[in-house]
Design a protein around this ligand. Structure first.
Ligand code: ADP
Length: 553
């Protein structure tokens, strides 16, 4: 970008938006777009993606089409843009044909800079006719991960976007944006939207006012731990996320009994008002709204909720978020935990988990709700992608590496986590502050590798474990799997331990869960290291030796 263009981008930011400077990533993206280069911006929600296409929309000659999946949000976006003097409009199914006609007329007359539409709209003849002769400067695709079947929100209508752009007489610059893009999803976005040599910018995922804590506790221990935490932080606001509606109600009840007891035992006064309130999608709307209002206005310090809680709730002084169960993906965890500390003040995110969370999540996934919009094949692909997302989450629970680093790298931001002077992450996390005991399980790891080899990489985790333990299951004997050399090789090691090592091996890239119809256990990119004689695989047991800071007492 010329110096002149750069100056005018900043000027546009000041003039229209009233902000002094760009946030990380924005300028790079805007610069590339103004130079006519396709871009993919991967930035978290709330980091300012809209500005990255709105500023070019103002500066470029012609109209900018914005593809947005949520009709409900279009009006807000359009009102916001018009308010600051950027002529914007949307076309969607909430309008009468006359209203739509009026917007087309304005667009034809060059009176609109930003036109928001849902992806389905591209398939209509009227829109195609419009686009065929319109002067389209930029094509912005919001929530671009919806194009990928490997993401959480696949939408088949997104698959038509690439073709639509290709069919335009003059190909505009294409800018795609998303908050959730793992490597695989990112590849899909580039390929399926037909981005040409895109500038990819990933930024802003680290929240360094958040301390990430994690504890492996049994279900019974979890409730007690939470009660103690809440009692010790009575003047703070917190969210506790549970996996089921039932759990939110029973845990809220438990907290309302235990917390006052603990505080009294500690010599503190309590006034009998409830400490915690439950919140979930199955509650009557008025009860839910009441719960939300009490929480937002600090009447009730703690809300115990399912993931239904959070969307559109603006409370900046949430000091802690506790997860009672392991969420289904890092994306979900990042979003929910990220509701802590919106005001930038130090806050704490604690994940409580245990092995049974993993089993439950896996079972829920395998049973999986049917999605009528998708064919059986597509459903299987979505299920597999969800398994992979779950693996990322399990990896987070098991890792001994810095949790800020794990998370930012997961989102594709390699150097995303800032480091402080002592070499720990700037935000702080339990792993950086712990010492770990090292247990040598290289023998088990090698046996697992050999077994995967013996089974020709044709079987899943369950069969590998069964063969190693010398199971007499009929299905296994019928297939002759008792004849392989590693059959029974780990008969004296318990199943949980084998699975633990196996999971670590998957997390660390020695093994890989295949992408075919069935989740077959295969060799990962680091498999060679397990068979070399120098290989020494170590599992690190996360015994916390030291802690802590932030709001932990
Ligand atoms: P996203 O689309 O990434 O979720 P938005 O585009 O809605 O995020 O932006 C979130 C908020 O951040 C908006 O209020 C926006 O005005 C503000 N914002 C964006 N860029 C900047 C900036 N450079 N300086 C200050 N505030 C900004």
């Amino acid at each position: 970008m010329t110096e002149h263009a750069e100056r005018s981008a900043t000027q546009t930011l000041r003039q229209y938006f009233g902000y002094e400077s760009f946030r990380p990533g924005q300028q790079e993206l805007i610069e590339a777009i103004l130079n006519g280069r396709d871009v993919l911006g991967v930035m978290p929600t709330g980091s300012g993606k809209s500005i990255c296409y709105q500023i070019p929309a103002v500066m470029l000659h012609g109209i900018t089409i914005v593809i947005s999946p949520l009709i409900s949000l279009m009006r807000d976006q359009v009102d916001g843009a018009n308010e600051i003097g950027i002529p914007a409009a949307f076309i969607n199914t909430t309008q009468s044909p006359e209203e739509q006609q009026q917007v087309f007329a304005q667009a034809d007359a060059g009176e609109i800079k930003l036109l928001y539409v849902a992806p389905e709209r591209l398939q209509t003849q009227r829109f195609m006719n419009f686009a065929a002769h319109a002067d389209i400067a930029l094509f912005a695709v919001d929530e671009a991960h919806c194009v990928s079947q490997w993401g959480q929100d696949f939408r088949s209508s997104y698959l038509g976007i690439g073709e639509f752009i290709d069919a335009l007489p003059d190909r505009p610059t294409v800018a795609a944006f998303t908050a959730t893009a793992t490597e695989r999803v990112r590849r899909d976005i580039v390929k399926l939207l037909g981005l040409r040599d895109p500038k990819i910018v990933v930024t802003g995922f680290d929240r360094d006012n958040l301390y990430f804590d994690m504890l492996k506790l049994t279900t019974r221990e979890k409730a007690n731990w939470i009660a103690r935490y809440v009692a010790e932080h009575a003047d703070e606001s917190g969210i506790v996320y549970c996996a089921t509606r039932k759990e939110t109600e029973s845990l809220a009840q438990t907290l309302n009994i235990l917390v006052p007891q603990l505080r009294k035992a500690n010599g503190e006064q309590t006034d009998g008002t409830p400490v915690a309130v439950a919140y979930h999608g199955g509650m009557p709307a008025d009860v839910r709204e009441h719960a939300q209002r009490d929480f937002v206005t600090d009447v009730t310090p703690v809300v115990v909720a399912t993931n239904a809680f959070g969307m559109g709730i603006d409370k900046s002084n949430v000091r802690y978020v506790i997860h009672h169960n392991m969420p289904e993906s890092i994306e979900a965890y990042y979003q929910e935990a990220g509701r802590a500390g919106r005001d930038g003040e130090p806050s704490r995110c604690t994940l409580l988990w245990n092995e049974s969370d993993i089993v439950t999540r896996r079972r829920l996934l395998d049973m999986g709700g049917q999605n009528e919009r998708l064919s059986a094949d597509e459903q299987e692909i979505v299920r597999q992608s969800k398994r992979r997302l779950l693996d990322g989450m399990i990896g987070y629970c098991r890792t001994t590496e810095c949790l800020h680093k794990y998370m930012t790298r997961y989102f594709g931001e390699d150097d995303g986590a800032r480091t402080s002077e002592n070499g720990h992450c700037a935000g702080g996390c339990v792993n950086c502050e712990s010492t770990f005991e090292t247990v040598d399980v290289s023998g088990i790891a090698r046996s697992i590798s050999m077994c995967v080899h013996d089974l020709g990489q044709h079987y899943g985790m369950g069969k590998v474990v069964a063969v190693l333990r010398g199971s007499k299951a009929k299905d296994l004997l019928d297939r002759g799997l008792n004849l392989v050399p590693t059959y029974g090789k780990l008969h004296d090691v318990n199943e949980a331990k084998i699975r633990d090592v196996l999971n670590q091996m998957v997390a660390d890239g020695f093994l890989f869960i295949g992408e075919g119809r069935l989740p077959l256990l295969q060799f990962g990119p680091r498999a060679g290291e397990t068979v070399s004689p120098a290989f020494h695989y170590e599992i690190k047991k996360s015994e916390r030796k030291s802690k802590s800071r932030g709001t932990q007492s």
